[in-house]
Design a protein around this ligand. Structure first.
Ligand code: PLP
Length: 913
């Protein structure tokens, strides 16, 4: 499916690789079975495929030079049988991953000799299921010595090592970067000082690609600094890898320098190889360790008499029961043995962690690139409330996407912060919203500045990425906003986006990635110079000047604070149990928040947090730190394949299509002009550039599949996929469903979906071909109603003046909390029926209708009314057209709940009741 064989397609290098070995295997079998007349052509075909397939093989330890050499010999010697048997062995081991555990797969003995191998004693490194990884060695030594060096590293390994590894040797910076990109098995890199820049391999597009990706030009690198420059680049691309440096330079001198920061340990050239071996294992162990989970496992095995609450602990109330023994059978013993209500015995307390939970949190902060991390055990719904309440107090203003998850809105009610609602750009044709344009956010800040309330604007609160996959450019948003107010706090709800840290493409769009990038930028001497040059002639900020909106300003490096909070639903994109959530913090002024954070955390966290959930967060982190790079690249690749398969399929694309970046993001937010992913639309270098610079980008793993042209509305289509095809999806809009690929998805899942779409398309095709003209018209009308007669999404109107400090101010923030509590008093409320003439009369003649509560239809899942909001004709029209069943906060039999005009009359905004 991926027709671009160039290196710029790093994303697909892994799947391309398995495809190539598979093809080669088939060709080898064909050669072995070929008759006299076709033998020559079959061999040539093998030779050609082999040459392509091995182009990048130097990046992996397996199959390695020895096996490749044996294959080459068989090919050169025209031994079709041997070639086919060796290939079968190598491609089989690659595809199954057996090379990670089976020593025999490394041997050049071909499969026919297997019986001899079986008789040999197992190699020390080949036993059991030890996790396997590869170590990249970047070295100036002559390639002829590499085999011996590998063997030495191999001999160092012992049976009781926790992990096993093999080495891959390369001789240049270019080769090293390429290996780091394509080899998912790498966990560590050993840099031996003195290697060169240029690849000795003939990979023509490598140089151009690397130059764009890494901005590391040969001429700008002092040869002595090549190792540290490479270390910096690798850390940027795959921060999880452990880097080691072997150098003749005085290590103690180098060790203190900024250049050496990415390096885990330095060794002097002559040092014991055993030291390096131990360091390699130790580095992986640090990531492998799951302090909380490890301890919980130990705890479960200890004989303990429990006299605390929680009768199910250790299964006692279950296995002895006459009536609920099936509970034990179903859940198994471990989950019950791992239950406890004790916070002693080393299990630590989530509410005041000092031991294993504290260490688990530190590991999470490290893995996700944050300064600190907290665990959420009630979903991001609660994590958001904790963060909002920790950061905001009554009177603070928060500029917030009105479409954000309801937990934020409730957070404002709880904290008394005043939301200043801003609108995302609408995608009316798909009945959904995009994300909030930077200009809108800046306008809100300028409005507050004009109204004299800028000092009260505490935070900007946005969803990144949105349900439908709109990714902000957090770096740009923060830079522009900090130039207006340098101490703003940013809350990035990355509920869907926790995985993004581990994919170098996505990472640039994450809150923590941006926090790191901006910190680096603002602390640099170059930025200070840039700022000073700019500040010399920059006019003072005049919020009333229309030019202020588009003026690019720079934050003052002496005043700017990086204050970034991220929440993520770990359970949505990683291997955590439901409700597992993380709160990540990068706040230069955390000392101001620490106390309130503790209060908010205690206010919202159960005193009996779920232990399994905490353990699963620990494990999710381990997985991502060790294989997140592979998993996230694969899920992205899979998404791209699905996109292309659907949109290029002659039959499917008649009725279904996946919305492209071009369709999901208006051109004004996409200056790169990027229309779609993958060839022929864009190379990966172009995509990376677009993701760096464009205001919004579309996360390719979130696929909006438009089903309106097939005559299905989203809900109907979702039901059909579930009932007929066992495909579960989550979100729908009027004419689309959302399909997301995840770290668990396989090619078979993709095939299942595509097969379902093909079957349905065929059915529709057949049905339409047999339909009368009238029947065809019914179908066309249905499609039109789904695709073009979509209701306009109502914007946030405004808060009633009774909830505004200054009704004349251009900003729209309001006191939602008192409005929320007015609804508790039935005497101050009334109801109007949605479809009644009363509603029309009040829209026309007043008095204004003011919502008493949140009204949240699912989908789209955000409040179309909030407490204290004026209800306008738009909202009523939308409600009347809305064809969803689930509308939280609205009971059709009662009607819309309003605050009575009499209760509003004379109410002063600043009174809290
Ligand atoms: C799902 C979601 C939440 C809530 O997270 P839970 O873990 O389900 O509680 C918050 N914000 C956004 C954007 C979400 O998608």
């Amino acid at each position: 499916m991926s027709s671009d064989p160039t290196l710029s397609n790093v994303l697909v290098a892994a799947s391309l690789r398995s495809d190539q070995w598979r093809q080669l295997n088939a060709a080898a079998r064909a050669w072995a079975g070929a008759g006299e007349s076709s033998r020559g052509a079959a061999r040539d075909a093998c030779a050609k495929l082999f040459a392509t397939a091995i182009r990048l093989e130097y990046c992996w330890a397996y199959p390695g030079e020895r096996l490749l050499g044996a294959l080459r010999e068989a090919l050169d010697g025209s031994d079709a049988g041997l070639f086919a048997r060796l290939l079968q062995k190598v491609s089989g081991a690659l595809l199954s991953g057996d090379y990670r555990r089976d020593e025999a797969t490394w041997n050049t003995a071909d499969a026919a000799d297997r019986s001899i191998l079986d008789a040999l004693p197992p190699d020390v490194t080949g036993v059991a299921e030890k996790p396997y990884f590869e170590v990249l060695v970047v070295t100036p030594s002559d390639p002829s010595q590499w085999a011996r060096a590998k063997e030495e590293m191999r001999r160092m390994q012992r049976a009781d090592d926790a992990f096993q590894y093999s080495a891959v040797h390369v001789g240049s910076l270019e080769d090293a970067l390429l290996a780091v990109m394509v080899n998912f098995d790498l966990q560590a890199v050993v840099l031996v000082d003195g290697f060169g820049y240029a690849s000795r391999h003939d990979v023509p597009d490598l140089k151009a690609f690397l130059a764009r990706h890494f901005e590391a030009r040969q001429d700008s690198l002092d040869p002595g600094a090549l190792a540290t420059a490479l270390a910096g680049k690798i850390k940027e691309y795959r921060p999880e890898l452990d880097l080691y440096l072997l150098s003749d330079r005085a290590p103690e001198q180098l060790a203190g320098s900024e250049d050496a920061a990415p390096i885990r340990r330095m060794f002097h050239h002559v040092e014991e190889p055993m030291e390096i071996h131990l360091a390699l294992l130790d580095g992986v162990k640090d990531r492998y360790e799951t302090p909380y989970f490890d301890n919980l496992k130990k705890y479960a095995l200890r004989p303990i008499g429990t006299f605390h609450a929680l009768p199910i602990a250790r299964g006692k109330s279950i296995f002895g029961s006459n009536w609920i023994r099936d509970m034990g059978e179903f859940y198994g013993t471990n989950i019950l043995f791992a239950e406890s209500s004790a916070t002693t015995g080393g299990l630590d307390s989530l509410l005041e962690p000092t031991g294993t939970i504290k260490r688990a949190q530190e590991a999470i902060a490290r893995a996700f690139g944050a300064k600190r991390a907290y665990l959420g055990t009630n979903g991001t719904s609660t994590s958001n409330k904790i963060i909002v309440q920790a950061v905001c107090k009554p009177g603070d203003i928060v500029i917030v996407d009105r479409n954000c998850h309801k937990s934020h809105h409730y957070g404002f009610v709880l904290s008394g912060a005043q939301p200043y609602y801003v609108e995302a750009f609408p995608l009316t044709e798909y009945s959904m919203y995009g994300a909030v344009p930077l200009r809108t956010i800046k306008q809100a800040l300028l409005d507050c500045a004009a109204a004299g309330t800028l000092a009260r604007v505490k935070a900007i609160d946005m969803t990144n990425c949105t349900f439908d996959g709109h990714m902000y450019n957090p770096r740009k948003v923060m830079e522009e906003c900090l130039a207006i107010k340098p101490d703003l706090v940013f809350l990035w709800d990355e509920a869907w986006f926790g995985f993004a840290r581990f994919n170098p493409l996505h990472r640039r769009r994450t809150a923590m990635g941006a926090a790191a990038a901006l910190t680096k930028r603002y602390r640099s001497a170059a930025y200070r110079a840039e700022y000073e040059a700019w500040a010399k002639d920059a006019p003072a900020l005049d919020p009333k000047d229309p030019a202020a909106l588009d003026a690019h300003r720079l934050p003052d490096p002496d005043k700017v604070r990086i204050r970034v909070y991220q929440t993520n639903s770990t359970h949505k994109s990683m291997s955590a149990f439901r409700q597992g959530s993380m709160m990540l913090v990068w706040d230069d002024d955390f000392h101001k928040v620490q106390g309130p954070f503790q209060e908010a955390f205690l206010a919202h966290t159960s005193t009996s947090p779920n232990l399994q959930l905490i353990a699963s967060l620990d494990l999710a982190r381990r997985q991502m730190e060790l294989e997140g790079y592979a998993l996230t690249l694969k899920m992205t690749d899979l998404a791209l394949r699905i996109r292309q398969s659907i949109n290029n399929h002659p039959l499917i694309s008649k009725y279904f299509r996946v919305a492209t970046p071009e369709e999901m993001i208006p051109a004004e937010f996409r200056p790169s002009g990027l229309k779609d992913y993958g060839p022929p639309n864009a190379t990966w270098a172009q995509t990376a550039e677009a993701w760096d610079e464009d205001e919004f980008a579309l996360d390719p793993t979130r696929l909006t599949v438009i089903c309106g042209a097939a005559g299905f509305d989203g809900t109907q289509f979702k039901g059909m996929l579930a009932e007929r095809f066992d495909i579960q999806i989550n979100k729908t809009s009027r004419n689309s469903i959302l399909v997301q690929t995840n770290i668990n998805n396989t090619h078979s899942d993709a095939a299942l979906l595509i097969k379902a779409l093909a079957d349905l398309s065929r059915e529709i095709d057949t049905r339409l071909s047999q339909e009368s003209p009238a029947g065809k018209q019914v179908f066309a009308d249905r499609v039109k109603s789904l695709m073009t007669d979509v209701p306009d999404l109502p914007n946030f109107s405004r808060f009633h003046d009774a909830f505004r400090d200054d009704p004349a101010a251009p900003s729209n923030e309001g006191h939602m909390r008192p409005a929320f509590f007015m609804a508790y008093d039935e005497d101050t409320c009334e109801y109007v029926k949605l479809h009644s003439a009363d509603v029309d009369a009040r829209l026309r003649d007043g008095p204004e209708m003011v919502s008493a509560n949140f009204v949240i239809p699912y989908p789209p899942g955000f409040p179309i009314m909030v407490p204290g909001q004026i209800i306008t004709a738009d909202t009523i029209t939308y409600m009347r057209k809305l064809d969803v069943k689930e509308i939280h906060g609205y009971n059709a039999a009662q009607g819309i709940k309003l605050i009575k005009p009499t209760a509003l009359a004379g109410r002063r905004a600043n009174s809290q009741q």
